[in-house]
Design a protein around this ligand. Structure first.
Ligand SMILES: *Cc1c(COP(=O)(O)O)cnc(C)c1O
Length: 389
């Protein structure tokens, strides 16, 4: 049996894979088993922030790997302490809890909010208000937070205490605050899986004001928008607001699994010994990897991300066959005249890897992608979009 057959026989049937056997990668180029090269504008769903096998990242990982690969959280290690400090310095948040994924980072955020609200206001203040069309993960609790029914159907009952409201509608938020006793509002500043839809600054700023006034925590799920993706270190920095809790993962480790929940002033000391934990969380190799990513996300670097994003935005806005462009920085959604899946399939044949998000084509290129390579990929995509069937 070849690898595709072995995979199909022995892996759970959860993924409808593209017919590509990834063999090795360098930068933004992925090479498959047959030697065909692709410009990868998906970067492992926004994970490989510096592309495949970035040298600095590889060295950081190898150095740590040959020292200590894991200790559990029973002992101090240097990478997690340094990473937590750097995250706090760069965001103004106060403390960090490390886990292994976006869903886990959100679970921790939800736990922190529930503990805070029950202590401060009473046990009945447990509801988390989320937005329709959101995506917060695949665990039963983060599915409950996810405001899309299609994810819920097979797995009921989900965790209690979540309601979703329409984005951009302050009346619905105010109603929900009256109807439920919310602990927190939880949102993505750009809905990623939901179709690359940014919240308006007016709306998110109003949400911040209202939650602040009512001592309701604001949790921002920056799993996809975080770590430089939008041209700022975290998406909320585009909005001139400060959330109470930020969850992040995807790009943070540059390709190794790590999640982080950043706790702001109000909740910095909400957890006490034994309140929460993770065996693999704060893994030294993952933390060393993340340090090598975050340390290089300087203002100049982020400006370049923004510049590349602006280029794509303008380029695709003028393209026939693309009816709308959305997003920020290097997180871009394209509404195409032809079905997104057709575009993605043809791009793959032409050597460009793309993602989808609902009915859109989604781009999450490596942040350090060479500008000329990005332009080349954009021109291939626009030619495909312009074609009429
Ligand atoms: C991907 C994603 C998650 C889930 O992350 P996992 O690492 O797959 O658990 C949660 N929230 C958002 C916004 C995401 O994009």
């Amino acid at each position: 049996m070849n690898i595709k057959e072995v995979d199909n026989k022995y892996l759970a049937n959860t993924y409808n894979r593209f017919p590509v056997e990834a063999s090795f990668g360098k930068g933004a180029i992925l090479t498959d088993k047959s030697g065909k090269e692709y410009i990868d504008l998906g970067s492992g769903i926004g994970v490989n922030a510096f592309g495949y096998c970035d040298e600095v990242w590889c060295d950081a990982v190898k150095d740590q790997l040959l020292k200590i690969q894991h200790t559990s959280n029973l002992y101090y290690t240097e990478p997690s302490a340094r990473l937590a400090k750097l995250l706090c310095q760069k965001t103004g948040m106060k403390k960090v809890f490390f886990s292994n994924s976006g869903a886990e980072a959100n679970e921790c955020a939800i736990k922190a909010a529930r503990k805070y609200a029950s202590q401060k206001k009473g046990d009945e203040y447990f509801t988390i208000i989320t937005l329709k069309n959101s995506f917060h993960g695949r665990t039963l609790t983060t599915l409950a937070a996810t405001g899309q029914d299609k994810f819920h159907e097979l797995y009921k009952p989900l965790t209690d205490g979540f309601v979703s409201i329409s984005a951009e509608n302050i009346d619905e938020l105010e109603n929900a605050i009256k109807l439920y006793k919310p602990a927190a509002v939880m949102a993505e500043c750009i809905q990623g899986e939901g179709g690359v839809i940014p919240l308006s600054a007016d709306y998110l700023q109003a949400v911040r004001k209202i939650t602040e006034k009512n001592d309701i925590l604001l949790i921002l799920d920056e799993v996809q928008t975080g770590n430089g993706r939008t041209g700022k270190l975290y998406g909320y920095m585009n909005y001139g607001i400060m959330p109470d809790i930020v969850s992040t993962a995807k790009g943070l480790g540059g390709g190794l699994p790590i999640g982080a929940t950043l706790l702001g002033e109000k909740v910095q000391d909400i957890f006490e010994f034994g309140d929460h934990g993770s065996t693999f969380g704060a893994n030294p190799v993952s933390c060393a990897a993340a340090l090598s990513i975050l340390e290089r996300m300087t203002d100049d670097f982020l400006d370049e991300v923004k510049e590349k994003g602006n280029y794509l935005f303008e380029y695709f806005s003028k393209c026939k066959g693309i009816t709308a462009v959305s997003g920020m920085g290097l997180m871009i959604g394209l509404k195409t005249s032809r079905p997104a899946n057709e575009i993605i399939g043809e791009a793959l044949n032409a050597g460009v890897l793309l993602l989808s998000a609902k009915d859109k084509v989604r781009l999450l290129p490596p942040l350090n992608i060479d500008f000329d390579l990005l332009k080349k990929a954009a021109s291939i995509i626009s030619k495909i979009c312009e074609k009429e069937n």
